[in-house]
Design a protein around this ligand. Sequence first.
Ligand code: AHR
Length: 645
Amino acid sequence: MKKYLLSLFLLFSFCFLLAQKKLIVHADKIGAQVSPTMWGIFFEDINFAADGGLYAELVKNRSFEFPMPLMGWKEIKKGGNGKLLIINLENEKPQNPRYANIKVDAANNYGISNEGFRGIGIKSEAYNFSVLARKTEGDVQMTVELISSSGKKLATGSINNLTPDWNEYKLSLLSSDTSLKGSLQILFSGKGIVDIDVVSLFPQNTWKNRSKGLRADLVQLLADMKPGFIRFPGGCIVEGRDLTNRYQWKETVGATDARKVLMNRWNVEFRHRPAPDYFQTFGLGFFEYFQLSEDIGAEPLPILNCGMACQYNSGEVVALNEIDPYIQDALDLIEFANGNTTTKWGKLRADMGHPQPFNLKSIGIGNEQWDEQYVERFAAFEKVLKAKHPEIKLAAAAGPSADGPRFDYAWKEFRKLNVDLIDEHYYQEPDWFLKNAHRYDNYDRTGPKVFAGEYAAQSRGIANSENRNNWQCALAEAAFMTGLERNADVVTMSSYAPLFAHVDAWQWTPDLIWFDNLRSYGTPNYYVQKLFATNKGTHVVPVMENGVVLAGKDSLYASAVMDKNKKEMIIKIVNSSSSPTSFVLDIKGMKAANKEATMQVLSSSDKLAVNSLDNPQSLAPVEKKIVINKSISLQPLSFNVIKIQ
Ligand code: AHR
């Protein structure tokens, strides 16, 4: 009887396995190399991503250079006498002309306070305060205080040795408590006149503890992704609303207080999300972007203005016979990044603290440009840049959409120009991403490579403020990304966009990482990106069911890579169905039978699930052990990464 039952059980198991889906991974047919830049990040100063975000400065309008010079500042008059005047030294100091002239006759009852970026986030930590100041009359002392949102004094320090010359004065302030929306207060006592400028407050705890550096928690989230490249500074911000509002990298290097403030184009872009206090101080400028790329092992990918303003705004273009300065900016940028320290721009890099080159390999010319005017201007850049720097790869934009006449025209023309990379953007509904998992299977294998430079599934629709970083969107992106990986011979770079958003100051949603003044979290989309980027392998290997790639059949999407260095096989599988499924893995050309492997699972039964500041890891990968050749089950709505040594 026992024997009979055992045979029955074995027969049943055999039939079950026969009826199982069988995925065959061809470790015996190693395909294209996966570019080290395959999975990168897209940084744009949108949603307070730079000032108020990654750049850890806590004082808004620190140099009184916003058009409303006291925006972000308030006078404190507690009965004390004082007068504040903004003085403009346009001819002498055109880069940072204004300063505050303060006349006092008071005892700590007159002062100014700064509100920060939707408040100042203060932790029980040390802060560095600094100010440029001089006294022009009498004797004035400054008391600097960190104040909580409820008005409690969290830290205090004083400066009382002002001289008649401009000097930088520094204080270290140790806060006794935490406040999400605190403020900075400077009180003046004595009798006399002082001038102040570049009033600054930074946490001491910055990324790599660099003085006046970047916000450590935000950089850590980026570093954890191990991105292959960083695209910067955008995005539409490169283009500007008109040409004077365009991003000019030379205005963002050198001494920080000489970097001229510019209106952020997202200040006025969306009527439903106005941000009248959104400006660029460029404390996070091109040197810092290069340094950040180097810090986290990512290739820098600057995108430069091509002589065109945003075609959704003014659409203004530089006359073709006046385009040379724009091209010269690109040449000078290559010198700044890679040039010898005896060159003008290479020397500036060295003077800023980085004599070694930054190893720039690629540049994008133009963001979401389209039509003939773009092709003509790109061609002018390409002619000069390829003659002088054939080693630098150039990316051209395919316009703002994933297809259509502008997209087709761009590809046709840029193919003729033999461009290295074409930057495709897709902001589409989740279903588009599922349906487009095949997108690159039949792309022309010759000519330009694809740079999927901006994409994100939109739960409600492009520029809709109801868009959420929910699981449905993230899962659809994962399915689509298996198609990018499978076609790594065509697609060599890709990046989700945008990257960052301040919960109280955003203009555009969805975004990969959200933060407030104290905390930050990665969305489900972040974990999808991270799982791809930290499991990128070195070579694609085919994964098939019945000789067909998995790109939607039975709601399954799969790709596989081998990592020749780490001797790993990595298989990524999305189950986009609301039901569980299972399969058997057969790995040809590799002794994997009965081997233990790990499976990272990212899943939720709720398509609308999101992460949040309070529940930052509600949806995050969970690791399981599995055995190859045994039936492997996939949870409903799941993204799975199997790794076999
Ligand atoms: O990512 C937000 C914006 O979307 C980018 O600035 C632009 O390139 C695209 O239209």
